[in-house]
Design a protein around this ligand. Structure first.
Ligand code: PNS
Length: 160
C-alpha cells in the first residue's frame, strides 16, 4: 500500500519554510499532495488558483522528485480530501509553541473525524521565523521578500 500524505495550508504565498517541509515530506512518503485550502479565518492576498500555480512553479524550479501533486480544496473537510486520495497522514510544519497551540486541536479533530494522523515537522532553523503573513506584510510595504520565498514568488510579488 502506498504511503500517501497531505501537506495542507493557505500558502498565501508559499514560503521557503513550506518548501522545506514539502521536500522532506516527499522524502518520507510515496506520494505527497500539497493542498491549498481556502481558510475563511484569514483575509487572502492571492486567489487560490494563483497560490497553487506558484507552488507548482516553486516545486519544479527546486527540482523536487516527481511524487508531489499540487491541488486545491474549498468544499468540505480536509479529511474528505484525504479520504478521496487515500491519504492516511497530514504533515504540518511547527515553528513555535504558538503553532503547537493552533495545530493541536485541528490534529485531534481530524483524527476523530476520519482517523487521519497528523505529523508535526520542525522547520529548518534557517526558516523558523518565516511566515506567509510576514511575507505579505513586507511585500505590501514594498520590502524585499526574496530571502523568505521561492524565486517564482518573489518575482510574482515584485510584478504585482
Ligand atoms: O496555512 P493555514 O491557514 O494555517 O492552514 C490551515 C488549514 C487550511 C490547514 C485548516 O484551516 C484546515 O484544515 N481547513 C480545512 C477545513 C477543515 O477540515 N476543518 C476542520 C478540521 S481542522
Amino acid at each position: 500500500m502506498d504511503r500517501i500524505a497531505v501537506v495542507p495550508g493557505s500558502f498565501d504565498p508559499i514560503t521557503l519554510g513550506h518548501l522545506d517541509v514539502i521536500e522532506r515530506a516527499a522524502g518520507l512518503f510515496d506520494v505527497v499532495h500539497v493542498v491549498v485550502v481556502h481558510n475563511p479565518d484569514k483575509s487572502a492576498l492571492l486567489p487560490v488558483a494563483q497560490r497553487a500555480s506558484l507552488i507548482e512553479r516553486s516545486i519544479s524550479d527546486a527540482g523536487f522528485a516527481g511524487n508531489i501533486i499540487v491541488a486545491s480544496w474549498s468544499v468540505g473537510l480536509l479529511v474528505d480530501y484525504c479520504e478521496d486520495v487515500g491519504a492516511q497522514v497530514l504533515v504540518k510544519g511547527i515553528r513555535s509553541q504558538v503553532d503547537v497551540a493552533y495545530e493541536t486541536p485541528m490534529a485531534i479533530v481530524n483524527r476523530n473525524l476520519a482517523k487521519v494522523e497528523t505529523i508535526f515537522m520542525l522547520p529548518d532553523p534557517a526558516h523558523a521565523h518565516v511566515s506567509s503573513s510576514l511575507v505579505r506584510q513586507v511585500a505590501g510595504l514594498g520590502g524585499d521578500v526574496s530571502p523568505y520565498v521561492p524565486t517564482a514568488v518573489a518575482e510574482y510579488l515584485q510584478r504585482r
